[in-house]
Design a protein. Structure first.
Length: 361
């Protein structure tokens, strides 16, 4: 195999891309790709790559246009790792040997969470505060729906707030763990039960993390609910995502941070309840400009989502309150997909508009 031909309509900066490739035995030893075109910005640069399922996946930085990439072969490398998932109630995700985040499924808590999510300088993009009295159920990156009803079973169970009778997202296992030179992924399985233990729905969430630089790192999420125990209704509730993020306190809009969306709206007043392709929340942390963006997937129900984003630091995608309930018939599934972008810089330097266009294809 001599080259991989690439054609891009937009410049790429540390983007995960899939490249078609003719199957051949040597591709199983692929560890990277290298720019070949003279005068091109990516000439001589090597990018991590892996071959699987008949395609090459790479983290590519390149200008718009057509160019050739040369495969690089060698011993298998692992740039993104998932810690031991079989021991304890948490495990870490590392990128190039440095901590990025952790998945925690502590049975003493009502729901799992992902966090903290670390910057290149070791501080967290998100809030993880076990002492706070203000929305203590907002732990870093989490899932929740505040009104869930099972046909013929428990009604209006709260899986968002955590009152004494709240629903429990019971951890049931981790599967499909992958670590390689380009990304790491795993699927976390939970059973959503009423407080007295009645199963109401099953959920599986695939998380994927990429070998990207600290200027912009993605977490791709695919959360699938299965109505395994009968029809399920997610009611019209403000206490919902299902995706929820609590930004670090210093980023709160009420403390000098900012909120924006894909249409150019700014602040809670213009962004709360409004549908948009993506939303961003950011500010300054220890002298560094940082932010978090969430891209809504075009396959999600009632795309683009409405946003429940507040000055005090909540950042959630929520169609339920603003567009009405969702029902999952018995035996059926509903999947929500998002791309979370943790960036250092501003929305402009992070090129969020371009990154979203690449995401939706």
């Amino acid at each position: 195999m001599s080259t991989l031909k690439v054609k891009t309509a937009r410049a790429l900066s540390g983007e995960p891309v899939s490249l078609g490739a003719e199957p051949c035995d040597e591709l199983t030893e692929l560890t990277g790709i290298r720019g070949r075109v003279c005068g091109n910005e990516c000439e001589g640069c090597e990018f991590p790559a892996v071959y699987e399922d008949g395609k090459v996946t790479a983290i590519l930085t390149a200008p718009a246009g057509e160019f050739d990439l040369e495969p690089v072969f060698g011993s298998p490398k692992t740039a993104v790792t998932v810690g031991d998932t079989s021991f304890g109630d948490r495990f870490d995700i590392m990128i190039n040997g440095k901590p990025f985040t952790s998945y925690v499924h502590d049975g003493s808590l009502a729901k799992p969470y992902l966090g903290p999510v670390l910057t290149s300088f070791g501080e967290s993009f998100t809030r993880l505060d076990f002492e706070t009295k203000e929305h203590p159920h907002h732990r870093s990156v989490f899932f929740g729906v505040g009104d869930v009803t099972l046909d013929g079973g428990p009604e209006h169970v709260d899986f968002w707030n955590e009152p004494e009778n709240c629903g429990i997202q019971r951890h049931t296992g981790i599967k499909d763990v992958i670590s390689n030179n380009v990304y790491a992924s795993f699927t976390a399985c939970t059973q959503w039960c009423s407080h007295d233990g009645v199963p109401m729905a099953d959920a599986e969430c695939e998380y994927r993390f990429y070998a990207q630089g600290s200027d912009a790192r993605y977490i791709d999420i695919a959360l699938t609910f299965t109505a395994s125990y009968g029809g399920v209704t997610f009611g019209k509730t403000k206490e919902a995502g299902p995706l929820g993020i609590r930004v670090a306190d210093v980023l709160r809009a009420e403390r000098g941070g900012y909120i924006g969306n894909s249409y150019g709206a700014a602040g809670e007043r213009e962004c709360w309840g409004r549908a948009a392709n993506w939303c961003v929340y950011g500010g300054e942390l220890s002298g560094h400009k940082i932010g978090i963006a969430v891209f809504d997937d075009k396959k999600n129900e009632r795309y683009p989502t409405s946003w429940h984003v507040r000055d005090y630091g909540l950042f959630a995608a929520n169609n339920l309150y603003f567009k009405g309930p969702v029902r999952i018939e018995s035996g059926e599934r509903l999947t929500y997909r998002y791309r979370l972008v943790f960036f250092e810089g501003t929305p402009e330097t992070a090129r969020l508009k371009d990154r979203f266009i690449v995401y939706v294809g």
